[in-house]
Ligand binder design. Structure first.
Ligand code: KIV
Ligand code: ZN
Length: 517
């Protein structure tokens, strides 16, 4: 069966950035953004990409189908509840995929059975058996997840797993849905289930840990010690609430401590930082500076005593080399004289993998930008890609802000999602206040700002301003970023980035309304 892995030391990386990750507040992506990210994940070498939850929204269905048409080497998986409607939506979304997988889930813990499902043990067992068999009749590769497995009675969990295996599941996932377990506990659970459940040795056991107590990576590594051979994780650890296990940390944990774990992955670790930075840009959510592996400080040494040690032997204070995870050791300067190859190479380093025709378009934009500025920085390229990856939504055509009189006044000209022009003027307590009021009037979106930060990116004459906004809208959080030479314009771009994200989310059905997966 396709789910059985050849080497007992190989741990499969199941990436859920586009499903559990995208489901988290402020991280929604459009189908075209998901395709950009899926390409980067395939290049990174993940074994399975969970592309979405087709029954939850039109946008998820579109993204899954878009990715299925293009990526032929990676297993593509979609999430499905144990219902005929969900299974049918999943099969349709995977049509034409070279390596399709359906990921069925049902809660098994007493709390979920009583309050969420209102089902008894027998009903759960019956639903698992029926749904796995039905899905297996349509798609060969089936994964089953016992949601909230880590708070499920062990005897019942064993029965559920046996039922799913007997009905044809090739992968069994035991999620720590609420981030409740500890390393010792999860390791023991995997050991006992693999040792005692009938058929367990013929399937792959998978771990899926949430980070509510900051233990998701430690628990995932402990599950591997207990026999799990698939880890469900996400880039930068994005995911429901405090997130999922961070892919980069799990992968580097296994690599740096390979001798201890006696296990490794197929990940091309030099692609980790570009992929992380791509995601930060796509969802507008930067990682903290001290984030392991991919944070700006992960390889920075400031203390004199550390610098001294590093100069003598880098191993004194570094357990992995920055270049092994994709931090650039040197920077190439891009400008008027740079060719397509240099631009393509820099975009690859930033995580963007473009087809010929897409590169042509970006290169033309790059040349136009070189007419305005001497050096094109990474942030400029990212801004060009951002515009290309998501051309739907409101776009800024022009703006003027004056702060001469008693109150500041801003006028904005936008193109709406249909390409029509809109003009609006508003006053405010300062230029930014007036600008945001004009944008709110023009789009009809009223945002309550949670945070607004501006900082400069790059140096000297080519320095640009970057604005980051966080807002709360109908109980959900959204973030956005804008970059420009002018910080007020960067703020307008960040505002529109947020507004477009929440309008996209509002157009689709919110995942959280459909399932608390
Ligand atoms: O956290 C969880 O239990 C999930 C399942 C759907 C795998 O995301
Ligand atoms: Zn989850």
């Amino acid at each position: 069966m396709s789910t059985i892995i050849p080497s007992p030391a190989q741990v499969r990386i199941f990436d859920t950035t586009l499903r559990d990750g995208e489901q988290s507040p402020g991280c929604s992506m459009s189908p075209s953004q998901k395709l950009v990210m899926a390409r980067a994940l395939a290049e990174l070498g993940v074994d399975v990409i969970e592309t979405g939850f087709p029954a939850s929204s039109h946008s998820d269905r579109e993204a899954a189908a878009l990715i299925a048409r293009e990526l032929r080497q990676t297993t593509l998986c979609v999430l499905s509840r144990c219902t005929p409607g969900d299974i049918e939506a999943s099969v349709r979304a995977l049509e034409g995929a070279a390596r399709p997988r359906i990921h069925l889930f049902l809660s098994t813990s007493p709390l979920h059975r009583e309050f969420k499902l209102r089902m008894g043990r027998e009903q759960v067992l019956e639903a698992v058996s029926r749904s796995v068999a039905a899905a297996r009749a349509l798609v060969e590769d089936i994964e089953f997840s016992a949601e909230d497995a880590l708070r499920t009675e062990e005897d019942f969990l064993a029965e559920v797993i046996a039922e799913a295996i007997a009905a044809g599941a090739g992968t069994i996932n035991l999620p720590d849905t609420v981030g409740y377990t500890t390393p010792g506990e999860i390791r023991g659970l995997f050991e006992r289930m693999i040792a005692h459940v009938p058929g367990a040795r013929d399937v792959v056991f998978s771990t899926h840990c949430h980070n509510d107590l900051g233990l998701a990576v430690a628990n995932s590594l402990a599950a591997i010690e207990g026999g799990a051979r698939q880890v469900e994780c996400s880039v930068n650890g994005i995911g429901e609430r405090a997130g999922n296990a961070a892919l980069e940390e799990v992968v580097m944990g296994l690599k740096v401590r390979g001798a201890y774990f006696n296990a490794d992955t197929a990940i091309d670790t030099a692609r980790i930082v570009p992929t992380s930075q791509l995601l930060q840009r796509l969802v507008g959510m930067p990682v903290q500076r001290n984030k392991a592996v991919v944070g700006a400080n992960a390889f920075a040494h400031e203390a004199g005593i550390h610098q001294h040690g590093m100069l003598r032997h880098r191993g004194t204070y570094e357990i992995m080399r920055p270049e092994d995870v994709g931090w650039p050791s040197s920077q190439m300067v891009l400008g008027r004289h740079s060719g397509r190859a240099a631009v393509e190479q820099r975009l690859r380093a930033l995580g963007y993998l473009l087809e010929e025709a897409e590169l042509e378009l970006v290169f033309a934009d790059f040349k136009a930008l070189c007419e305005k500025q001497r050096v094109v920085h990474d942030s400029d390229l990212q801004a060009l890609m951002q515009d290309g990856a998501d051309s739907q939504g409101y776009r800024l055509a022009s703006m003027t802000v004056s702060d001469a009189g008693h109150r500041a006044r801003a006028t904005v000209e936008l193109s709406d999602p249909d390409g029509d022009r809109l003009f609006e003027t508003a006053e405010g307590d300062g230029p930014v206040d007036a600008l945001f009021a004009a944008l709110a009037r023009a789009t009809g979106v009223d945002l309550t700002l949670e945070s607004y930060q501006v900082h400069s990116v790059g140096l000297g004459a080519d320095a640009r301003g970057e604005a980051n906004l966080s807002v709360r809208y109908e109980g959900e959080d959204y973030d956005g970023t804008g970059t420009s030479k002018d910080i007020i314009e960067a703020s307008a771009l960040a505002w529109l980035d947020v507004a477009n994200r929440l309008l996209r989310a509002r157009d689709g059905v919110k995942n959280s309304e459909l399932a608390e997966a």
